[in-house]
Design a protein around this ligand. Sequence first.
Ligand SMILES: [Mn+2]
Length: 339
Amino acid sequence: MEIVFSPYPTFRSVTLNDPSQPGEARRAGSVLARELSFTDEKRAEVEIMVTELANNCIKHGGGGQLILSARKDEGRLDILALDKGQGIANMGEALRDGYSSAGTPGNGLGAVQRIAEHFEVFTRPKGGTAILARVRSAAYKPTPLDTGAVSLPISGERVCGDAYAYAHSSARSIYMMVDGLGHGPIAAEAASVALEIFQRYCSDPAVEIMDRMHNAMRSTRGAAVGIAEIQYDRARVVYCGVGNIAATCVSPAEESARSMISHNGTIGHQAPKIADFTYPWGVDSRLIMHSDGLSARFSLKTYPGLLQKDPALVAAVLYRDHVRQRDDATILVAAPRAA
Ligand SMILES: [Mn+2]
């Protein structure tokens, strides 16, 4: 059975609180568009969208953050603009050309919506605005679940000690998140060993992959690891976790989140118990996993309608509101493919 492995993508973040930063964001977008081998025309569109979203975030959102994620395997660039401002009260007006940022006719959020292959907004009165604009370089082969994530190092570090990867076949999807102890290059080295093991053995059961990581990571600083294996034919998810990766399966109908159990320990050093637990998985179930760079104390009930949004937007909103700023931070959301 064919297994499609999806590696850890590239993330870039630009803080938006002064008028010079949209330029920095535009350049970051341009670099990623090149890395994704976008055409010149598509790269120019990326530059327009990033600039407009960044300006909009500063002028109407009171500043915030622009996050870019580039996925070479899908030829996909996600542009996320996040603010904690007043929210957009009148979406129709905000999308009308000329309303927003640059002041030049034909620009603004309306232009971004027109150019993007996928465009979504989550906004609430006084609860901020999160906008997703997605571009792809090529047709993309759909997977059983759509996945979106934010994964960024603590401010001041260039490399992230968190990482994740996943793999799909028609029968199962398997997700792995790793948080190398501490942060910086030594944490990232532990995470990269976990990624290598996962890529090689992702068709094995979660517990076996975890055992292999535990052996392979002895010479590293060690890590917290969570592995969730969704078995479609058995309508269940098997979860194996060691250390502080939070994993929940969520049903939007119930708006209830079921936490999946991790044992204490550090993969590579001390893992007294490597075991798995099984939970039901429905056709509308979502998987949310995050590292301890985010507070685990959020409730999805306080975000009406969010779970129906694209997984990248869900991850971005939860990241914006719950990142702790003391550590690398990663959140991943997997949801059934939108019809
Ligand atoms: Mn951590």
